[in-house]
Design a protein around this ligand. Sequence first.
Ligand code: QAP
Ligand code: CO
Length: 172
Amino acid sequence: MAIRRILTVPDPVLKQVSKPVAEVTDETRALMDDMLETMYDAPGIGLAAVQVGVPLRIIVMDLAREDEPKAPRFFVNPEILERIEETQPYEEGCLSVPDFYETVERPSRVRLRYLNYSGEPVEEWAEGLYAVCIQHEMDHLEGVLFIDHLSRLKRNYAIDKVKKAKRLAANA
Ligand code: QAP
Ligand code: CO
């Protein structure tokens, strides 16, 4: 396993549409293992493959609190089959937009289909933080970031903030 570099805005790779995985192989699992290690190291609760520069439809997630045992989840080729009309606001962040948080409204329940770590198909409803996180991560697969749901003013502020922080770090 290895920790990979997480791309940040405005890296154009983050705007790419990710490609479906043909088959869940040991190579796919090796990438998912790296993604999980990278996410835990950050630390974060969700990460899409494109964020480590691999535009494939793969997501890793762990929503367990610090006092709970680790609960990694893996999603290959996830699809939303159904979303309820009701929405919920949640203050989101993103490892690709460090140190910027803003509220986004998304459907509060979605029905999912995906392949798990073993390549088996799973169908289930997601709600609460799980629903927020899977929709945030699935946006990444379409090249969409949570800041794309905000006003242009807030989006530009977020990108500028990340750029400035990078400049400061580079000159330190
Ligand atoms: C996406 O986000 C998400 O700015 C996952 O400095 C966020 O793991 C889903 C992070 C909210 C649902 C709700 C962000 C870490 C982690 C930062 C993350 C930072 C350090 C974000
Ligand atoms: Co994100």
